[in-house]
Write a protein that binds this ligand. Structure first.
Ligand code: SF4
Length: 239
C-alpha cells in the first residue's frame, strides 16, 4: 500500500526531509572555484566520472597555468591534456570556442560580473554559450564561489525523481531542471537547494541504483510507486 501525499510540492518536501535525515543537511560544498573555472569544470564533466573530469581540469591548470593560455594554445595540446575525459576531440575545441566568445563579449576572461546579476538572467547569459545547458548553468551558479540558488540535476537525481513519480522520464534531463526547481519551496536558501541536489544524487548512488535499486533498504519505499511495484513483483515471483 503506497502512502499518499497528494500535493506534489508537499511530496517533494517530504522526500527532501527524509533523505536529509539520512545524508545530512548543510552539506559542505565540494568546490570553491571562481565562476569561469566552474564553467570549464562543467564542460569537462559531461558524461565523465568526477575522477576523470577532475584529472582533466588539473591537467589544464598545471600545463597551461591560465584560461587565457588554454584559449590560445594549439587545440591538439588542449585535447591531449583533457584525455582523461570522454570525447576530448569535441571538448577541446568547444572549450576554446567558449573561452574566445567570453573574451569577445566581456573584453576579458572573467565571469565575476555574474555575481551582480539576478540568477535567472545569469543563467540565461550562460546558456547562450555553445554547449551550455541548464545543468552547466546551474552548476556555475550553485557550485562556484557564487554559492547562488540553482538546482543542478544529474542522472542520479533524475532517475530517483522519475522512479518516485515526481516527474515523467519523457520530460528529459534538460527540462527537468526548471520543473524540479519550481517544486521546491520558494523560501529555500541556496544551501538548502544545494542540499536537495546532493541528497537526491547520493540516494541514486547509494540505494536507488540504475540496475537493481535496493528498495527494501530505502527510506522512501512506502511513498515510491516504482519501489512498491518491484517489491511486490519480487514477492510474487518467489516460489
Ligand atoms: S523505493 Fe526503490 S525505486 Fe523507489 S526511490 Fe527507493 S530505491 Fe528507488
Amino acid at each position: 500500500m503506497i502512502a499518499t501525499i497528494t500535493d506534489k510540492e508537499a511530496f517533494v518536501l517530504e522526500i527532501h526531509h527524509r533523505l536529509s535525515d539520512v545524508y545530512g543537511r548543510d552539506i559542505k560544498y565540494f568546490h570553491d572555484l571562481d565562476p569561469l573555472s566552474e564553467l570549464m569544470s562543467a564542460l569537462l564533466s559531461h558524461r565523465t566520472t568526477n575522477h576523470n573530469s577532475g584529472q582533466a581540469f588539473r591537467n589544464l591548470k598545471e600545463l597551461f597555468g591560465s584560461w587565457e593560455a588554454v584559449r590560445d594554445a594549439p587545440t591538439d595540446e588542449v585535447q591531449a591534456a583533457i584525455k582523461p575525459c570522454t570525447w576530448p576531440e569535441q571538448k577541446a575545441p568547444r572549450i576554446q570556442q567558449v573561452l574566445r566568445l567570453i573574451t569577445e563579449k566581456c573584453g576579458g576572461l572573467s565571469l565575476e560580473f555574474l555575481t551582480q546579476m539576478d540568477v535567472a538572467d545569469a543563467r540565461r547569459w550562460l546558456e547562450e554559450l555553445p554547449g551550455v545547458g541548464p545543468k552547466s548553468s546551474a552548476a556555475v551558479i550553485s557550485f562556484s564561489n557564487m554559492r547562488g540558488k540553482a538546482l543542478p540535476v544529474d542522472s542520479h537525481h533524475f532517475r530517483v525523481a522519475t522512479r518516485l513519480g515526481i516527474i515523467d522520464a519523457k520530460i528529459g534531463e534538460a527540462k527537468a531542471h526548471h520543473v524540479l526547481e519550481n517544486m521546491l519551496p520558494p523560501d529555500f536558501t541556496a544551501q538548502e537547494m544545494y542540499d536537495h541536489h546532493q541528497v537526491m544524487m547520493r540516494h541514486g548512488q547509494k540505494v536507488c541504483f540504475h540496475y537493481k535499486p535496493d528498495c527494501r533498504r530505502c527510506v522512501l519505499l512506502d511513498v515510491c510507486p516504482t519501489g512498491q511495484a518491484l517489491v511486490n513483483k519480487a514477492t510474487t515471483d518467489t516460489p
